[in-house]
Unconditional design. Structure first.
Length: 179
């Protein structure tokens, strides 16, 4: 378990730095604890693994004042668990009435419901960066121009790890200058 926590801490720290995340920006995380343990997605979720992953994510994001959004599984249409505080800043977010549990939402989302100070669930989000642990398809929750980020780790446990940051759209033509 300690290895998983250390791997998540490393991956999240690298992504935050490489993406240049600033306070009050959003990091979305999708995770299959089944995949982390070497099983097929949705077949062997683990509360213990989810606790370790959430603890590591919170240690990276809270100290930097970055908002964490935990993606639920497909049974809840990949809704997200967030801190209610985020709803004050991102006013377009509307809470929905559902409580993720391990078998409908996923182990990590269920842990976020228990581990966040004031959890809320929203249907969608436009995050500034994301970690996808176990190919859970977080792309729908990233801002429109997502850029792959290559981290030093390619796996968390047995699960494949993908990361992305976002950037503003490049508009104009051949004469345009960009910052």
């Amino acid at each position: 378990m300690n290895d998983i926590g250390a791997q998540v801490t490393t991956a999240a720290t690298e992504l935050v730095q490489m993406a240049g995340l600033e306070p009050e920006q959003i990091l979305v995380v999708g995770c299959s604890t089944s995949e982390v343990l070497g099983a097929m997605i949705g077949t062997g979720g683990s509360e213990e693994v989810a606790q370790e992953i959430l603890k590591a994510l919170l240690s990276v994001t809270q100290s930097r004042r970055i908002f964490l959004a935990i993606q639920c599984c497909e049974h809840l249409n990949r809704a997200l668990v967030v801190e209610r505080e985020m709803l004050k800043l991102y006013r377009e977010l509307e809470p929905v009435s559902v409580k993720p549990v391990a078998k409908a939402g996923g182990s990590l989302a269920a842990q976020a419901m228990n581990g966040f100070a004031e959890p809320a669930v929203v249907e969608s989000i436009r995050a500034h960066a994301g970690l996808d642990i176990g190919e859970t398809l977080i792309g729908m929750h990233l801002k429109p121009v997502a850029v792959p980020v290559r981290l030093s780790l390619r796996h968390i446990g047995h699960a494949r790890l993908n990361a992305a940051r976002t950037r503003p759209k490049l508009i104009g033509g051949e004469r345009a200058c960009y910052m």
